[in-house]
Write a protein that binds this ligand. Structure first.
Ligand code: FEO
Length: 398
């Protein structure tokens, strides 16, 4: 337990050894599940909880703090199970706890705990909870990063509980940003975290930053990674979020081509398709990417940030090859709707990879070009010319 301000204590869990978070995020610097206590003269609130794996040690630490007393409220700014997995155990330990959360969270938390009778106080914009000398004031923070997310403000401490916002999967282990030793590693973790968690929601990020700018925040109590304090990393991370979420002004269309090739046949098609795209859009940025030669995260950023893109695949075992499908699992389905896309490639026996790629793109809402350009085995000169025509015709639809 670490005292952070007059009335706020840190009671979270440090997990420096975690290497994969939620299946899809690498966490080479570990993470923490930050949880806090706000103590007023009348009432005490826990803000955020922890992952189910750590229930025993987490509750043990709270027991030491509360002794014969009991917490009154459990404020959940968001209900993803990394923060709520131990809520059922918490409520079992202290049955008088009232969960305080947004309306969507009130639905989610019942399904997460399987406790339909959970005592819940739903709060909305501007609602306040008086703890006695300390006030909790609530701000909805929709899609930062779930529909249930909110911020909780303690005006007497100039402290804002920001939920996942401004956080990082980073654990040296430490609690405060003033303790960060490896600055480059921390900033790398903060940027990667932003891209994975908030990248799909830039307009909501800007709205969140607006809330923060309207408050005189001295301490941002994040749900992962260092607590941010003024004069240390608070200003830097807020500024970085502003840059990362700024609308992109692009003067050239971006039409990347991603492909896999076994014997250079699909690669030759990709090169020809590129020429065709450039015939229709001479100023476009038409990058050519052999998928296995690049970092998948970088390719996903190019794909999701494009105006249109093409996928060139081969077929093995009646399907598109794994690197192609892996890239397609990284489509930003929040923002990719109606994106023009096209599919091409070479095949040996029957070419099932093409429809599978097209179906996947269709399922996330892309506008899939009707024609799939396919060549059996080795392209002829005529095939190469036809591939360029295909690229040109597709580009005219963008
Ligand atoms: Fe850290 Fe969205 O939960």
């Amino acid at each position: 337990m670490k005292k952070l301000t007059d009335s706020i204590y840190y009671c979270g869990v440090l997990n420096p050894n975690m290497r994969v978070f939620d299946v899809i995020m690498r966490t080479e610097y570990g993470t923490s599940y930050n949880s806090y206590i706000v103590r007023g003269s009348e009432k005490t609130a826990i803000v955020e909880a922890a992952h189910r794996t750590f229930s025993n040690s987490y509750i043990g630490e709270l027991e030491e703090f509360f002794g014969d007393t009991a917490p009154d409220y459990l404020v959940l700014n968001h209900t993803e199970p990394d923060h709520t997995g131990c809520v059922a155990a918490l409520v079992t330990r202290w049955p008088g706890l009232t969960v305080v959360c947004s309306r969507p969270a009130s639905v989610f938390i019942k399904a997460i705990t399987n406790m339909p009778e959970l005592a819940i106080q739903v709060v909305a914009e501007g609602d306040e909870l008086d703890l006695g000398g300390r006030t909790l004031k609530f701000f909805p923070a929709m899609f930062l990063h779930w529909p249930d997310s909110m911020f909780t403000w303690v005006p007497e401490e100039n402290a804002l509980f920001t939920c996942d916002f401004l956080g990082a999967h980073y654990c040296e282990p430490l609690v405060l940003d003033s303790e960060v030793v490896y600055e480059n590693a921390y900033l790398d973790a903060a940027k990667y975290y932003y891209e994975c968690i908030f990248g799909p929601f830039p307009s909501y990020v800007r709205a969140g930053l607006e809330i923060i700018r309207n408050l005189d925040v001295r301490t941002a109590l994040t749900s992962h990674g260092p607590v941010l304090t003024r004069g240390n990393y608070l200003e830097c991370i807020i500024e970085a979020y502003g840059e990362w979420s700024a609308p992109v002004e692009r003067t050239r269309k971006s039409v990347p081509i991603f492909y896999c090739t076994a014997y250079r046949n699909t690669q030759r098609l990709a090169e020809a398709v590129r020429e065709g795209v450039l015939r229709a859009l001479p100023d476009a940025d038409v990058g050519l990417y052999n998928i296995i030669e690049h970092d998948m995260g970088e390719l996903a950023a190019k794909m999701n940030g494009s105006d249109a893109f093409l996928i060139g695949t081969i077929t093995i075992n009646r399907d598109a090859v794994p690197p192609v499908m892996q890239l397609l699992t990284l489509t930003d389905s929040v923002n990719i709707g109606k994106r023009p896309v096209a599919v091409f490639g070479t095949y040996g026996w029957s070419g099932e990879g093409f429809p599978h790629v097209a179906e996947r793109l269709q399922s996330v809402g892309c506008r899939v070009y009707d024609t799939q350009f396919k060549v059996n085995f080795v392209p002829t000169d005529a095939d190469i010319r036809a591939a360029a025509d295909f690229g040109e015709q597709f580009a005219k639809t963008i």
